[in-house]
Design a protein around this ligand. Sequence first.
Ligand code: GLA
Length: 372
Amino acid sequence: MLCVRAPGRVNLIGEHTDYNDGYVLPVAISLETRVYAQPRTDALCHIYSETLDEQHVLNLADLPPPEQLPDGFIRYVAGVAAMVQQHAGRTLTGVDATICSELPLGAGLSSSAALEAAFAVLWDALDDLRLERLTLAQLCQQAEHRYAGVRCGLMDQAASLLGQAGHALFLDTRTYAMQHVPLPPDWAIVVADTGKPRALAESDYNLRRAQCEQAVVALQGVLGESVVALRDVSPEQGALYLPLLEEPARRRARHGVGENARVLAFLTALRHADTAQVRALMLASHASLRDDYEVSCAELDAMVEACLQAGAIGARMTGAGFGGACVALVERAHLERFLADAERRYRARAAYEPRFYACDAAAGASLCPMET
Ligand code: GLA
């Protein structure tokens, strides 16, 4: 029997930048998904989700195409199997597997990336593939594109597979350069789930990505072919040329250009534990996601406000948006008071049931010793 754990993630800053070749700064969190698996001698997989009480059977020697699979978690498992098999050039080992997850579904904490990462690490170990973590992350991203229909970037899978305890992961999604950035030990990371489920997230997400791509085509008209992605547009060029674009591409691009610059500024602020700057950058990120990118909602705005009034260093929506969670940074010494106060303030403004998680920055997915 093997057990694999894979963490969810929360993004400190750099939202909707990873499909624009930009920078991201996620943290793998201590909420995780576990997969317990017994290898089989054939290519069949019996996959049971304890969380959803749902069982599916897959044949790795004859994987169905995505459109023949039901919606839901099995698509991610089948997608990872298909992508890893294609990469390895052989059929993987069948398993009887049980999935248990602490990650709330639909809260924007990447429960799907954690599930993908867990199965990628499982098959990497079972079939002795010894693939690089970055390769596994890319295969998981492909699985999400092809089997879940979300044209996501690499952030979530990279965080779940490459995170380091006590550190945020700074990733350049163009060059794949990365740095593990230590978090100030007296700051707690709080995930504040609004309780508002994400609505129409896939189609709106893909639409935002398409609007960024339209903006790039229009900017190529003025700045030339050297602009391959929004990453290539500096804030100064943005100020000059974005007004030439049509709406909504103009505002979408303004978010992409500004957010990328904010990640670099945030890195410096984090290194100096500069609370005023961290706060200003998180607030600017949230405002841009709300006003220019239009992926926030009343509950996310209310939660950010509640967290700030309760004394957070900074707070912003995190993940794709359209519902889900906020991230807040909080002085550990004030954590208990913060949690009670933020919850009271949010409840006074919103009709949904909030949940707060004080998280540690966890290590990326790994095999875990089996409890006896
Ligand atoms: C989702 C995607 C990521 C990223 C975020 C927004 O979590 O899976 O790739 O684009 O949204 O930053």
